[in-house]
Design a protein around this ligand. Sequence first.
Ligand code: TRP
Ligand code: MN
Length: 445
Amino acid sequence: MTWNPSSWRTLTAHQQPSWPDAAHVDAVTAEISSLPALVFPGEIDRLRADLARVADGHAFLLQAGDCAETFTPNTEETVREKLQIILQMAVALTYAAGVPVVKVGRIAGQFAKPRTDDTETRDGITLPIFRGHIVNDDAFTAAARQPDAGRLLRGYHQSAATLNLLRSFTKGGFADLTQVQAWNLEFVEAASEGQRYKQLADEIERALRFMRACGIDTTGASSLREVDFYSSHEALILPYEEALTRRDAVSGDWYDGSAHTLWLGNRTRQLNGAHVEYLRGIRNPLGIKVSDNITPADLVALVRHLNPENEHGRITLISRMGVNKIANGLPPLIDAISAADLSVAWACDPMHGNTFRASSGLKTRNFDDILNEVKIFFAVHRAAGTWPGGLHVELTGGDVTECLGGSVGVSEADLANNYTSICDPRLNAAQSLDLAFRVAEFLDA
Ligand code: TRP
Ligand code: MN
């Protein structure tokens, strides 16, 4: 079957909203098609090259951000705080472990959510399920839950604004290593991670001073002043992705201009499904979420299908098994990929396999489960002789109380204090920094 940006339409697309007005979807996607792409082929190609270094064991991937971004609040502050915590984690990993870190946000487009059920019932009332702000609203009213294609356009514009701010921060001086102290978030400073970070920042400042004293111009070097920060989201709402798919005039290749990299969810990765068909034709590097419910043979077939040339940096396998399943679930997948001689980067999502409901009904995760899944991920890869290449986490720069534990000791009774996620529970800034320091230790071991 020959590929084109709409060839997925002949196949079954799971997890699509029931749009009430198909003509409205067509009108909105036609408008998005006429608007500029959000990211450009050169950047996408550079990320693929960076991920090839991860696949080859010479760099580490940090992919982090919200479970689901929201239309409101989306302020300069919320964007900056997310960037700050990711930069802090990247510094901890780079400095403590001495490996380059590829920085990818679940940001500037991470709006759509796959769901187990199509509907939700509360007090005898049944409404369409919330599918993310690019589809409907999370409030439990019939009007809010009605899918609205106008949200696709709003998602595009919010992504553009967020990316614009991120570019400005990361290329305009905010990410300069001389600013390393300034990224410490106020409410983290007092916590033990904040103190540990302060020490590390002091060391970096001393090292920079030393280099300047040796005659090296540390203010002129763009490598010290800027970072490459990439965007990503789950490729879920296919008409939106199709509308942003553009052909590069120089190479003639197709790129999804909605984000630098997209991932394929655990629920939409059917070999003969619409999502796989769409993704196989674009040049963007791809993530694939894998749980222990995929067989080694099916995984090999899927990777071959999406990367027939076995190109380095094209595929990142993101395992999300849960702390109790990874030790047995991951090795057969690694063995099969290695035996088939397929080039992939391996990353660990220690969030999605460790979710449960607290007695209050709030969804949560234990910091210790998250940490232990990462620990086992490293041990399994060390035993297999493969490179534990990355971490994929849900976090926010804020002082939320959504995941249990950590040095700040969030307890079940604390969860309701500042639970603002509209979907899955995220690590707060202190928990995120703590995790980064631990992972740096695993990398350094
Ligand atoms: N450009 C380098 C990098 O991205 C060094 C660097 C500059 C950096 N600012 C940073 C690293 C902020 C981590 C965080 O790795
Ligand atoms: Mn999630």
